[in-house]
Design a protein around this ligand. Structure first.
Ligand SMILES: CC(C)(COP(=O)(O)OP(=O)(O)OC[C@H]1O[C@@H](n2cnc3c(N)ncnc32)[C@H](O)[C@@H]1OP(=O)(O)O)[C@@H](O)C(=O)NCCC(=O)NCCS
Length: 110
C-alpha cells in the first residue's frame, strides 16, 4: 500500500493506492487494518485528508465518501463515482476544491 503526498488545489492531502492484499490472505481484515494503520500514521503526521480512486462499496465501509461532483479533479479521466475522500479530522474536506496534483515539495527524494 502506498500513500503519496498531493495537493487538492492549495490544500495538502494524501493519495492512497494501490492497495493490494494477496488472494490467499483476503477477507481476513488485512485490507481494513492496513487502511486504519495508514490513517493513524497520517493523522500523527498532521494530515487531514486522504483521497483515492476505488470501489465505494469497499472503501465506504472504512470511512471514505464520494467526492461531490466537480469539487476535486484528477488530471486524467476518472469515473466521478470512484473518486473518494476520507476526512481524518471532522469537516476537513469542507471548502477543499481544485485539481489533484503531486505535492513535489513533500515527496521524499529517491
Ligand atoms: C480490496 C482488497 C485490498 C481488500 O483486502 P482484504 O484484506 O480482503 O480486505 P478486508 O478483509 O479488510 O475486507 C474484506 C471485505 O471487503 C469486501 N470487498 C473486497 N473488495 C471489495 C469490492 N471491490 N467491493 C465491495 N466489497 C469488497 C470483501 O468481500 C470482504 O467482505 P466480507 O468481510 O463480508 O467477507 C483486496 O480484495 C484486493 O487486493 N483486491 C484487488 C486489488 C484492489 O481491488 N484494490 C483496491 C483498489 S486500489
Amino acid at each position: 500500500m502506498r500513500l503519496t503526498p498531493i495537493c487538492i488545489g492549495d490544500t495538502p492531502a494524501l493519495l492512497l493506492g494501490p492497495l493490494t492484499v494477496e488472494p490467499p490472505f483476503r477477507s481476513r481484515g488485512i485490507g481494513k487494518a492496513l487502511i486504519e494503520r495508514a490513517f493513524k500514521d497520517a493523522t500523527a503526521k498532521g494530515h487531514k485528508l486522504v483521497v483515492l480512486v476505488g470501489d465505494e462499496p469497499f472503501y465506504g465501509k472504512i470511512g471514505f465518501k464520494r467526492v461531490p461532483k466537480g469539487q476535486m479533479k484528477m488530471p486524467g479521466p476518472v469515473d466521478p463515482a470512484r473518486l473518494l475522500v476520507a476526512e481524518l479530522a471532522p469537516g476537513a474536506a469542507e471548502g477543499v476544491k481544485g485539481l489533484i496534483r503531486p505535492d513535489w515539495e513533500a515527496v521524499p527524494s529517491p
